[in-house]
Design a protein around this ligand. Structure first.
Ligand code: HEC
Ligand code: HEC
Ligand code: HEC
Ligand code: HEC
Length: 481
């Protein structure tokens, strides 16, 4: 990790003092079980093992940074610490009752994302409590074989990432790795998913956008470290713009990858519902059939051939939230758009073929492997608006697409631009136009007048970005060793 000169010494010093004490205690209490060493299975110890006041259970001290308060921040301000608790509430219990499953707090299919679930590769020490929810070890890895070394800074800092990982520690520092991990729960993975059955039983739909979710998560690490990683700078407007831009880009790729892997897995697993409705646009099916309630299409489809292959009547439209903006932002010549279109077209059939879907998802994943998106090439506001916000894409046609455009421009607001206040004012107009109507928790009321507001704001943003191109294009990150 980038060690920051200003505080590195005090951090190392205080670590040295506090953790070596804990190290001996922990070692005495928890010798690694011979079994687990032999088999490579690593035990989870529970969040309490991290919570000593001189380790991660402290208060934030001016010099030491948030990591000493990690446990308190997690308990107090991080929803992950309540992820198990919500399984006990009435809503969750109703959900599993409707599904005919075990009560939510005992159901492996819920615990998979809301806690460290029991499964054949997980073993637990007696101090571990499933009620810790998405706890330290859920993210940082089972601690049995790394806690001891971790609590001795001289040893810990001398270990390579690979050596730490061999002990069960999960490296989350690189923003890419972190994103790949967040999406395992926030999009889904081969061993965990939120499908339409669960949504119909009451689960909120999953819609993840990395920059936005990173912004609202109360951090127990230094934001400056992330900024440094993205820009080689700390605390400047440029550093914060670069961080948001990178998070957005990295998140687009990670979300699409996780979506494709999940689609492929669903296609391959003959016991899973198929087609999986959660992968399609909700309002394609959920429409009121009364004249009053039916959403009026305000796009002139006949004159927009660019939209025909994906959104014409009779085609099941894919969920824009999982697709993100990737198809619009990749550099020329495009690698991913082609395979994605083919996949969309197969999934657009009422009876998509499982085998063809599997092949096409694999092709799209391979294309994604070859895609390199750099903020230089693609993620400047003007470029994104040129593509995502282009008139012919008609993102204003429905809430889902408009939301993707909003997330893109919100993440890319140029903090370095002199036009920033104007830019932000337009982004705020977008946000307001996307709000759910009071008393509803669905975008069902999205209509033509909101669509027009969105179009006007995107056009104005485009104008702003193109008339001040030099100060909206962030210079390349200059990484320091
Ligand atoms: C693939 C991972 C995953 C699985 C499996 C899963 N959840 Fe969730 N759940 C989430 C995520 C992520 C959120 C937060 C969604 C958001 O705000 O973006 C969430 C949110 C919730 C919420 C709303 C919490 C709140 O604070 O409003 C409830 C309730 C819930 N889940 C219950 C369940 C139950 C019950 C099951 C099993 C039937 C289940 N979940 C299975 C990932 C999952
Ligand atoms: C939802 C996932 C998640 C949970 C839960 C979580 N962390 Fe973290 N933690 C992260 C991420 C992401 C980072 C930033 C990347 C990094 O530094 O590894 C981080 C960073 C840290 C750091 C700073 C490391 C450094 O070198 O600056 C510490 C210390 C830490 N976490 C301790 C904890 C403790 C203790 C808990 C439980 C009370 C916990 N974390 C729970 C995801 C999580
Ligand atoms: C082990 C599964 C898991 C992982 C990994 C995970 N989350 Fe979560 N996350 C959840 C669940 C479950 C919830 C819902 C908790 C609740 O509301 O009770 C949640 C909630 C959140 C929320 C609150 C959402 C809201 O609507 O307020 C944010 C923000 C968030 N996660 C960000 C992240 C980020 C960023 C990462 C990666 C560093 C991450 N999560 C990794 C399971 C996970
Ligand atoms: C291909 C059509 C289709 C798509 C796409 C679809 N659904 Fe459904 N949905 C249905 C049908 C049909 C039912 C009724 C299922 C039943 O009763 O078993 C249903 C039931 C539901 C219910 C329960 C409503 C109730 O009154 O019982 C909810 C909530 C729901 N869907 C949400 C969603 C969300 C959110 C999405 C988008 C992620 C979505 N649906 C996508 C067809 C669809």
């Amino acid at each position: 990790m980038p060690t920051l000169p200003a505080t590195a010494c005090s951090v190392a010093l205080s670590l040295g003092i506090c953790l070596s004490v804990l190290g001996t205690t922990v070692h005495a209490q928890l010798p690694p079980s011979p079994d687990s060493l032999a088999t490579g299975a690593q035990r989870y110890l529970g969040a309490a093992s991290c919570a000593a006041s001189n380790c991660h259970g402290g208060t934030t001290l001016p010099d030491s940074g948030p990591k000493y308060a990690a446990h308190r921040i997690w308990i107090k301000d991080d929803p992950h610490s309540r992820a198990y608790e919500v399984l006990c509430d009435e809503r969750s219990q109703r959900m599993t009752a409707r599904l005919g499953w075990q009560p939510a707090h005992k159901e492996a299919r819920c615990l998979a994302c809301h806690a460290v679930a029991e499964n054949p590769s997980h073993t637990f020490s007696s101090s571990f409590q499933v009620s810790d929810g998405v706890s330290c070890e859920a993210c940082h890895g089972p601690a049995e074989q790394w806690l001891d070394d971790h609590s001795r800074p001289q040893i810990w800092h001398a270990l390579t990432v690979a050596e730490k990982e061999r002990r069960g520690f999960r490296s989350l520092e690189p923003l890419e790795l972190r994103a790949k991990f967040c999406v395992t729960c926030h999009v889904g993975a081969t061993d965990r998913e939120v499908n339409h059955d669960m949504i119909a039983a009451g689960h909120p739909r999953l819609a993840f956008e990395y920059a936005g979710y990173s912004a609202i998560l109360k951090k127990h690490w230094r934001l400056e470290d992330d900024q440094f990683q993205a820009s080689g700078e700390i605390g400047t407007a440029h550093a914060s713009t670069m961080l948001d831009t990178q998070l957005w880009l990295i998140g687009q790729v990670a979300t699409v990858r996780a979506t494709l892997e999940l689609t492929r897995h669903r296609a391959e697993s003959s016991e899973k519902p198929w087609p999986e409705f959660a992968e399609y646009r909700c309002f394609a099916c959920h429409q009121s059939l009364t004249a009053e309630g039916s959403p009026k299409s305000f796009i002139d489809w006949a004159n927009n051939p660019a939209l025909w292959d994906v959104d014409r009547a009779g085609v099941m439209p894919w969920q824009p939230a999982s697709l993100g903006a990737i198809g619009f932002i990749e550099p020329e010549p495009p690698l991913v758009v082609g395979p994605l279109r083919q996949l969309r077209s197969e999934l657009g059939n009422w009876h998509p073929d499982r085998g063809i879907t599997t092949q096409q998802a694999t092709a799209a994943l391979q294309a994604l492997d070859h895609l390199t998106l750099t903020s230089q090439d693609v993620a400047t506001p003007v470029r994104v608006l040129n593509r995502v916000g282009a008139k012919e894409n008609h993102v204003e046609r429905d809430w889902e697409h408009a939301m993707q455009a909003y997330l893109a421009v919100a993440a890319l607001s140029p903090a370095t631009s002199k036009r920033q206040p104007e830019f932000l004012a337009q982004v705020e107009i977008l946000r307001q136009a996307l709000r759910f109507k009071a008393g509803t928790d669905s975008p069902g009321q999205y209509d033509e007048s909101r669509g027009q507001t969105i179009r006007a704001a995107l056009d104005r943003l485009h104008e702003l970005a193109s008339t001040s191109p030099t100060d909206t294009v962030p210079p390349p990150p200059t990484r320091q060793p």
